[in-house]
Design a protein around this ligand. Structure first.
Ligand code: R5P
Length: 312
């Protein structure tokens, strides 16, 4: 059974890089928008009897990219793919994993159901907002981590007076993971979310005065969380040389402008989201292609993912 890698329009550059890692040519797919807004896809390679990997982060525009993935999966299933894996370096709706109030949906569960219904038999994801998402799927979910990769990119930037900071309680475990790899202390900023784009900080646990912060988070969306944390750290006496490491640099809406107003020395992120290196920010991009290529190679050969996994 041969392997074939296909991609929607969400991140073709990453898909090309993964194909390079695998030593294959990226399979051709035609993805078009109809005048009424519908999406039409056509897979232009034979997939019958093949081990198919569909690489598509559900980055903004989220609905478009999700729908492309679902249609591509359905096309491959109907065309006789022997195995069908969705490789989703960024998984949208992951923050919507529970109801904050009554009469709300659980968006992550809806997305998981859609993916399963489309014929996908296995999902590969990177640094999910919460590992609990695995439980939303009845199919296997392989949860990879880019944290070791990001930690190695950050290491040369570090100084002896560095402290790792979780910008909210949800990032505390992530901060501990970086701390274990980089052998640094941890502090936590406690936040309250006011709206989708606004947060306020409540207090800081841990020593930060006179130290240089390395803020770590799974994603930067509007920048509200990270900027509120930076402002709280500076007010608490942190040194104004800020480094940020994040798996998913969505940088939507006011994010870039907000970050440009901060004493940001470097922001290290993966390329899970196309265009992560732009935004006139001091970005450094750690490519996911080696990690994803290795994961696909091992899955194709039915080998263990071992240390590539978030809990590995
Ligand atoms: C929240 O729990 C996440 O880990 C991120 O901190 C947050 O969603 C980032 O969003 P924003 O940049 O819009 O504050």
């Amino acid at each position: 059974m041969s392997v074939i890698l296909l991609s929607g329009l969400a991140n073709p550059r990453l898909a090309e890089a993964v194909a390079g890692q695998l030593g294959v040519t990226l399979g051709r797919c035609d993805v078009q928008r109809f005048p009424d807004g519908e999406i039409h896809v056509a897979v232009q390679e034979p997939v019958r009897g093949r081990d198919v990997y569909l690489l598509q982060p559900t980055s903004p525009p989220v609905q478009e990219h999700l729908m492309e993935l679902l249609l591509l999966a359905d096309a491959c299933r109907r065309a006789g793919a022997a195995r069908l894996t969705a490789v989703m370096p960024y998984f949208a709706y992951a923050r919507h994993e529970r109801r904050a109030r009554g009469r709300e949906p659980v968006g992550a569960r809806v997305v998981a159901d859609l993916i399963e219904a489309s014929g996908v038999e296995r999902v590969v994801a990177v640094d999910l907002h919460t590992p609990a998402l695995e439980g939303f799927f009845g199919i296997p979910l392989e949860h990879l981590s880019a944290v070791p990769l990001l930690a190695e990119r950050v290491r040369p930037l570090l100084r002896p007076d560095q402290v790792i900071v979780a910008p909210d309680l949800g990032a505390a475990r992530l901060a501990e993971r970086y701390a274990g790899l980089l052998d640094l202390p941890v502090a936590i900023v406690h936040k309250a979310r006011l709206s989708g784009a606004e947060v306020k900080t409540l207090r800081i646990s841990g020593q930060v005065r006179g130290l240089r912060p390395l803020l770590v988070d799974d994603m930067i969306s509007t920048g509200g969380t990270i900027v509120a944390a930076i402002e709280a750290l500076l007010a608490a006496g942190c040194r104004s040389e800020v480094t940020v490491a994040t798996s998913h640099a969505l940088l939507v809406g006011p994010a870039a402008e907000r970050l440009r107003a901060q004493p940001l020395q470097r922001c290290v992120a993966t390329d899970s989201v196309a265009g992560a290196g732009g935004h006139r920010l001091p970005m450094e991009v750690a490519g996911l292609a080696p990690l994803l290529g290795e994961a696909i190679s091992r899955l194709h050969a039915d080998r263990s993912l071992g240390e590539l996994l978030a809990h590995g």
